[in-house]
Design a protein around this ligand. Structure first.
Ligand code: TEU
Length: 567
């Protein structure tokens, strides 16, 4: 059951679960996941013990970018159900003690949104100024390949779209645009939703005059990103949004701004509670570390110490002011276990659990992306027909036009395509993984026979049960939710270690990022002799550390000790 009587920073002990509805569960056999499918599987979220459900877009949409192109902010796409279904989902989730956060996609609309339809109708339409129209485009490239401008026949002018040509950018310096967005947000809060995840919200302030971007070797288009990311007025717009939408809201809520390219210094400002902007941001540094010079699909090697250095820096820098969101993956990123763990069948479960141990004992609000709690992996895509995502498809087309054979693109796509995260949730080992009775819009991953919810929920030792234990620990243990963080052994090549402390309670988190057993440096364990292992990836891991100071390959343990201790 939900209580409204919570402090403003209630989200500090909360865990969020992301549902990408298209791939979650299909209730009507059309092959596409839907709201009723989410309702039918709410018990899965309740069993896991999460506090919040973040629902990726279900609004009316031509589905050019799987719903991140919205044509009616107050309607539900028939593909997913009805507004009544959404109301029912909110009510049922609340009944289980789960709050619901909607996706807010307002950097751009769909080109089929009535605002854009009006805007494009004539040069003197009232809404002409709601979008960027130019007689001559600048040199910017779109994030989804090709130019960021599209010529519109009707008026002969070009409009700006940082993403697909069906996602025209809104002009946030236009007060009427901001008012329309605020009104829409209040409408959803009044309907019972509990907050918003704000899509690319740090891109909403465009530079005056839209200057050309730098041209890099190998890319015909100018770089828009450095010019549009995190400009000063984003702070003003978010503060205004807070005042207009949330300041007088009388129930607990959560806001998280998705902010590619945000620095920790900027994040501290965005999440400083005194500034009243957002509760937390999704930063991208740790998911950009393995990006090569050739861009997103150019994969660079990444070591655990580089990943650790980055995330621990965010821990330290946001320790006093601000708040972290913590995530390994989402609907835009490769599967965590394949990327940061070891998805070889021998090590898959252990490394999936160990990644969870680290993320869920850090300071911040952890996000679990659907299927991550089962240890779902990347997918062995092999042909152009295997891909569905507009980003991957545009990239394949663009590179093939440049004469690059598909085989050369395949390793990058296999590693990084957003479709890795978008294959159906593996509920059972049976037909279509229990996702649909029809033909799924994207094939289920072949490993659903081994990796599925049915074989894990309630089964001791499973990845799911490990997530459940970690989430319960965050709820019970204030050293996890509110404690300080001390990075430890930061030069160790395979051991990720840190301490947490709150009042008289101390925790020591030890995680192995290697197949070989790791000898824990004795100075880390000094004073921890009588400690209790509160969570561990296995009994062996706990015993190994406490009796011999050795952590088995890819395993992890959380030790707890009360009272004054050295070490
Ligand atoms: O993503 C924004 C973003 O910057 C990237 O993750 C992007 O999707 C891509 O991977 C860059 O290479 C958000 C949404 O999460 C994404 O699904 C949408 O496609 C995008 O905005 C546009 O709305």
């Amino acid at each position: 059951m939900l209580t409204d009587d919570l402090p403003r920073d209630w989200f500090r002990s909360a865990v969020v679960y992301q549902v990408y509805p298209r791939s979650f569960a299909d209730s009507d056999g059309d092959g596409v996941g839907d709201l009723r499918g989410v309702i039918d599987h709410l018990d899965h979220l309740a069993a896991l013990g999460v506090d919040v459900l973040w629902l990726s877009p279900v609004y009316t949409s031509p589905q050019d970018d799987n719903g991140y192109d919205i044509s009616d902010y107050r309607g539900i796409d028939p593909l997913f159900g009805t507004l009544e279904d959404l109301d029912e989902l909110v009510g049922r989730a609340h009944g289980l003690g789960i709050r619901l956060v909607m996706d807010l996609v307002v950097n751009h609309t769909s080109d089929e949104h009535p605002w854009f339809v009006e805007s494009r109708s004539s040069r003197d339409n009232d809404r002409r100024g709601w979008y960027f129209w130019r007689a001559e485009p600048n040199n910017w490239g779109s994030f989804f390949s090709g130019p960021a401008w599209e010529r519109d026949e009707r008026t002969g002018e070009y409009y700006l779209h940082l993403f697909s040509r069906k996602q025209p950018d809104l002009v946030w310096s236009e007060p009427a645009v901001r008012e329309a967005v605020h009104e829409m947000m209040r409408w959803w809060l009044d309907r019972g939703v509990d907050g918003f995840r704000m899509d690319v919200i740090n891109l909403i302030d465009k530079p005056d005059g839209l200057p050309d971007g730098e041209v890099k070797v190998g890319d015909p288009w100018g770089q828009a990103f450095p010019l549009v990311a995190t400009r000063p007025r984003v702070h003003d717009y978010l503060h205004e949004m807070y005042e207009q939408v949330f300041a007088d809201h009388d129930r607990p809520f959560l806001t998280v701004g998705e902010m590619p390219g945000v620095t920790v210094e900027q994040a501290r400002l965005f999440t400083d509670p005194a500034r009243r902007e957002v509760d937390m941001v999704f930063q991208f540094e740790h998911v950009d570390l393995d990006k090569g010079p050739g861009g997103k699909f150019d994969v660079a090697p990444l070591t655990m110490p580089e990943l650790r250095a980055n995330l621990m820096r965010w821990q330290v820098e946001l320790a006093e002011v601000g708040w972290n969101s913590l995530y390994w993956d989402n609907h835009d990123q490769p599967r965590a276990v394949s990327r940061f763990g070891d998805d070889d069948p021998v090590w898959r479960e252990r490394s999936a659990k160990t990644l969870a141990t680290v993320l869920h004992t850090l300071r911040g609000t952890p996000y679990v992306y659907q299927g991550e709690e089962l240890g779902m992996t990347n997918v062995p895509f092999s042909a152009p027909e295997d891909f569905r995502d507009i980003e991957s498809l545009n990239y394949i087309e663009e590179q093939q036009e440049l004469g690059v054979p598909f085989e050369e693109l395949l390793p990058g796509l296999r590693f990084r395509s957003r479709d890795n995260a978008r294959t159906p949730v593996q509920w059972t080992g049976g037909e279509q993984a229990g996702f649909t009775t029809g033909e799924p819009w994207i094939p289920v991953a072949p490993n659903h026979e081994e990796i599925n919810a049915e074989s894990q929920v309630g089964v001791e030792g499973s990845v799911f049960e490990h997530y459940r234990a970690l989430i319960a620990l965050r709820h019970e243990e204030r050293a996890v939710s509110h404690g300080s963080v001390t990075p430890l052994a930061m030069d160790h090549p395979d051991l990720w270690a840190f301490g947490r402390q709150h009042e008289g309670t101390r925790l020591l988190v030890l995680a192995s990022f290697s197949r070989e057993p790791v000898e824990v440096p004795p100075e880390l364990l000094a004073g921890w002799e009588g400690a209790e292992a509160v969570v561990a990836t296995s009994g062996d891991a706990a015993a190994g550390v406490l009796s011999r100071g050795v952590l088995p390959g890819w395993e992890s343990v959380v030790l707890r000790s009360s009272g004054t201790l050295a070490g």
